[in-house]
Design a protein around this ligand. Sequence first.
Ligand SMILES: Cc1ncc(COP(=O)(O)O)c(C=O)c1O
Length: 377
Amino acid sequence: MEENKDLIPVCEPLLNGNELKYVTEAVTTGWISSSGPFVRKFEEGFARYCGARYGVGVCNGTTALHLAVVSLGLGSGDEVVIPDFTMASTAFALCYAGAMPVFVDAEPDTWNIDPRKIEEKITPRTKAIMAVSLFGHPCDMDQVQAIADRHGLIVVEDAAESHGAEYRGRKTGSLARVTAFSFFANKNLTTGEGGMVVTDDEDLYRKCLYYRNVCFPPDEPRNYRHDDIGFNYRLSNLHAAIGLAQVEKADDYCRMRIHNHGLYRKHLDGIGGVTLQATRDTVLHVPWMNGMVVDPDAYGRTRDELMEQLARNNIETRLFFLGMHRQPALLKYGCDGSGNYPVSDGLADNGMYLPSASGLREEQIRHICRIIREFQR
Ligand SMILES: Cc1ncc(COP(=O)(O)O)c(C=O)c1O
């Protein structure tokens, strides 16, 4: 396909460090499977970056979540509270294990799970809260943890979208008992496809290693006898080679995302009816995506009309997630979709992602914002 030189993609990866050098090393040495040395280096490097002891690299963020869930022993009969407004993988990872996701509406400003609405969803079957740090903004982990402590629940963080973000000076990956990351191509740090479970808990770490590798007994000679049903969620050395190079440049990439978000704020300033995700003063917000909500009354156009206008100008955007209570797959699974989720519904119906790559240039952001400004009615 011919490249469209003028297109501003919604989010393309930036691979301008040692990626090619390390991948070349993996290829020339023949270490392309998960047994190669970059896997351990990437795991150690990323865990250290998060301020955590252990990292377990896996093949994507969804499997990272599932591995965390299984290693925690969550399963049939267990309820886990999750935000309604998230990517379906958060809920699916629980369904794979036979557990039941229970939904909580979003906060109106950060769009993360609303801690004020968690306790009403807790039952004797609740075992954990899976807090998602959306679009690079950590959720209010002190409040989530306090609720969890009151009810004896485990806290899991889905930080698939929040590499490098901080809550009260601590990075995601060090805020919960266990955290799952995605390294999909559009993430703040990427391996193309990939994920990682990060934890300080040695026992949990060993369980993750075990389940990731089809439950091969870790300390015995390989006799192909399995005591448990495991998964092949291993990360290849090729992907880890890219990941290590990305970790080396993590601070640069996070700085670029923060800078670009600031430019959007500046150039959208004064346009009525468009709102970006809020940034609380307790966090370092490292925007994965620059999410924007369009109020059709105040802006004079709908979100869909604006997306079409941007598309006519070669600017890619994406719809926000559809709330979990509106997901046919989850309703079929048996999730309770009743009740009201006004914030989540408003986000799903009026939200969109603006182009968000680390390498976006100011003139591109100015151009995007000018189109948004001129299209207002
Ligand atoms: C909140 C959230 N959780 C989980 C995932 C799943 O990650 P992956 O696409 O790597 O499986 C994503 C992916 O974007 C996500 O946004």
